[in-house]
Structure formats: structure tokens, C-alpha cells
Design a protein around this ligand. Structure first.
Ligand SMILES: Cc1cc2nc3c(=O)[nH]c(=O)nc-3n(C[C@H](O)[C@H](O)[C@H](O)COP(=O)(O)O)c2cc1C
Length: 179
């Protein structure tokens, strides 16, 4: 395990020579199957949703994109699904929070992105959860799920179980490719 981590880091350093991988905000409990990276502003709706999903209980590491520009940038060196709230006030070209744009502009981070989940507010009509459409189109990953504000208990259950299945299928597909 230590050897694998060292190898991943060495590969990552080819594109990010000065930035070691960040540590998760919450570590997977038991068998580790994948990771989620999320952003949440000062209103913390997405942070509350993520906490209620209890992702570490199903083996998922949780990383948070920092809010303030002066915080050290997040560097993730394992496959992840991003969970992102939509901003822009209805202007789809501004749907991504700048912190999320900065995180995904890093080639090393982007190479580990496997899917997107977006949140928003239905008051914004056609721009509801537009951040998910923007990331899916630009990064060529599936838009897996959308929810409103802090989500419902049903959203939390679907995201927890959906991510578990998603990462297990991803691991099986990678095993098939290496056979
Ligand atoms: C200034 C502002 C602009 C927003 N623009 C949109 C939007 O274009 N589309 C959308 O679906 N939700 C929009 N929202 C709603 C947020 O996505 C929603 O409140 C989300 O839960 C915020 O998550 P956070 O508290 O984790 O940052 C906007 C909210 C604010 C405050």
C-alpha cells in the first residue's frame, strides 16, 4: 500500500512538482472504494448534505475545496466524484464557483475526475444545477445526480448507495482492463 501511494505520488509530481497530495477532511472507514471532492460556500448547504450522506461509512474519502484564495490549494491523487453547488444567479457561463474552476484547472486534479453531482435552487429555472452540465461537458464525465439546497433524506440515500455502486463498477472495469 505504501509502495502504491509512493508510485502515484511520483507520477503526480511529473505535472505538479511542488504540491503533495492533500489529506481528506474525513477518511473512509473500512475498505476504501473511492473519493468525493466537494465545494461549499459560507452558507454550507452542500457541507450539510455531504455530512448527512455519511460517505466514509461506505468506504469513501471526503475532501473539501478550500473557500478562501489564501488557503493551500487542494491536490487529489485518487479517482473522485465532485459535488458542486451552482452559482452565477442564472448566468450559466458563471455557474462554477471560482474555487471549483481553480481546482479543476489543475491538470493532475482533473485527470482523477470521474463524475459530477450538482446542487442548486429551482428558482433559477433553466440554470438549475447548471454547474453539473458545465463540468460534464468540459471534462467529459457523467452528470450523475442533482439535488436542491441541502437535499432530502431520499437524495442522501440515493447518493450514498449510488456512489458506492459507481466506485465498485469503476474498480471492476479497471480490473477487466488490466487482465
Ligand atoms: C448568488 C447565488 C447565485 C446562485 N445561482 C444559482 C444558479 O444559477 N442556479 C442554481 O441552480 N442555483 C443557484 N444558487 C443556489 C445555490 O446553488 C444553492 O443555494 C446551494 O445550495 C448553495 O450551496 P452552498 O451553501 O454549499 O454554497 C445560487 C445561490 C446564490 C447565493
Amino acid at each position: 500500500m505504501q509502495q502504491t501511494r509512493q508510485t502515484q505520488q511520483t507520477q503526480h509530481e511529473q505535472t505538479q512538482p511542488t504540491q503533495p497530495a492533500s489529506t481528506p477532511e474525513s477518511n473512509a472507514i473500512g475498505t476504501h472504494i473511492g473519493a468525493v471532492v466537494y465545494f461549499s460556500s459560507a452558507s454550507e448547504n452542500t457541507a450539510r448534505f455531504i455530512a448527512h450522506c455519511r460517505l466514509p461509512d461506505v468506504g469513501i474519502n471526503v475532501y473539501r475545496i478550500p473557500l478562501r484564495p489564501k488557503d493551500a490549494p487542494l491536490v487529489v491523487d485518487e479517482p473522485f466524484v465532485i459535488v458542486v453547488p451552482t452559482y452565477g444567479g442564472g448566468d450559466i457561463s458563471k455557474a462554477l464557483p471560482p474555487q471549483v474552476r481553480r481546482f479543476l484547472n489543475d491538470r493532475g486534479n482533473r485527470s482523477q475526475l470521474r463524475g459530477v453531482i450538482a446542487s442548486g435552487n429551482t428558482n433559477f429555472g433553466d440554470a438549475f444545477c447548471a454547474a453539473g452540465d458545465v463540468i460534464a461537458a468540459k471534462c467529459h464525465v457523467p452528470f450523475l445526480y442533482s439535488f436542491e439546497l441541502t437535499g432530502t433524506p431520499e437524495d442522501m440515500r440515493k447518493v450514498r448507495e449510488g456512489l458506492r455502486g459507481f466506485f465498485l463498477r469503476l474498480a471492476a472495469a479497471e480490473t477487466d482492463r488490466s487482465d
